[in-house]
Design a protein around this ligand. Structure first.
Ligand code: NAP
Length: 284
């Protein structure tokens, strides 16, 4: 059997970021600095780390990042008002509301309040609908990252059987739609799915988006399957059991260094895309 290809997310992310440098410079000659506003509500330390990482990644590319930090006691109305302010701020091109928000806030209402042209994290239902129909500008970033890895390595999708384990609005559902739009035959599994190992045994492509460490076992896989592990659990552990999956797979994303770094680069890319659209509008 051929050696398993390790799908190097850092390499894909570097490629994406390199392609953005020139675009950011061109925008600056037009007087536009791409700007991502991140909103963090409350004191969750992991969320604070994610927001910081995103801000640092922006800085490295010359993308401006505005950090909006709101206290735990923020009401839904106050959050909606903040989002509305950012929607109306023409210097802001992308808005990211860090999930999860405190439980007393209506997170769905807050996501929906983000203007579609600034929804660079792909969280609105309109953005999801457009992605599902195949014409959305800004898909959710982790599904976009999975597709970018597939494309970087020229992994074939047409006619392939893809099994997505997980159906969350930001990950399992949109990636299922994106694979379907690229002519894979897609099965989406969830916590009510029966006989998951039997379903996985038919998969040419497996997307692990389940949120449970080492959940997908190599012995469940078909020989030569491609494993794309979006999972990120405590201790840098993926949703697929790496060692046993590596033995069976023809290609696999590691954790860390797989889908994660590409996800951030997709956020940067979509912010630059949005800034370019804005620059085009104001130049007329
Ligand atoms: P989530 O909202 O918790 O969704 C998990 C999904 O897995 C649900 O649809 C759930 O089914 C399903 N599931 C749970 N137990 C299952 C079982 N025994 N068999 C089959 N399906 C089962 O999680 P998420 O936000 O999509 O995240 C998934 C993973 O991706 C996590 O490890 C997370 O840390 C990671 N993640 C990574 C990135 C990145 O940038 N790399 C970004 C976001 C998330 P039900 O719908 O029936 O409950």
């Amino acid at each position: 059997m051929l050696e398993t290809l390790i799908l190097d997310g850092k390499r894909v992310a570097t490629d994406v970021k390199d392609s953005l440098k020139e675009r950011v410079e061109t925008l600056s000659t037009q007087g536009v600095t791409p700007c991502l506003a991140t909103i963090l509500v409350g004191n969750d330390p992991s969320s604070a780390t994610y927001v910081k990482m995103k801000g640092n990644a922006c800085k490295k590319l010359g993308i401006k990042s505005i950090k909006v930090e709101l206290p735990e006691a923020t009401t839904t109305e106050e959050l909606l008002q903040k989002i509305s302010d950012l929607n109306n701020d023409t210097t802001v091109h992308g808005i990211l509301l860090q999930h999860p928000v405190p439980s007393h806030i209506d997170e769905r209402a807050a996501f929906e309040a983000i203007a579609i042209e600034k929804d660079v994290d792909g969280v609105t239902s309109l953005g999801f609908g457009q992605t599902a129909l195949g014409f959305g500008d800004y898909p959710s970033c982790t599904p976009a990252a999975i597709m970018a890895i597939i494309d970087y390595y020229n992994l074939p999708l047409e006619g392939k059987k893809a099994v997505v384990v997980g159906r969350s609005p930001i990950l399992g559902k949109p990636v299922s739609m994106m694979l379907l739009n690229r002519n894979a035959t897609v099965t989406t599994c969830h916590s009510y799915t029966k006989n998951l190992p039997d379903i996985l045994a038919t998969a040419d492509i497996v997307v692990a988006a389940v949120g449970k460490p080492n959940f997908i076992k190599g012995e469940w896989l078909k020989d030569g399957a491609v494993v794309l592990d979006a999972g990120y659990n405590k201790g840098n552990i993926g949703d697929a059991d790496y060692d046993s999956c590596y033995e069976k797979a023809s290609a696999i994303t590691p954790v860390p260094g797989g889908v994660g770094p590409v996800t951030i680069s997709m956020l940067l890319k979509q912010t630059v895309d949005s800034a370019e659209k804005y620059a085009k509008q104001v130049s007329f």
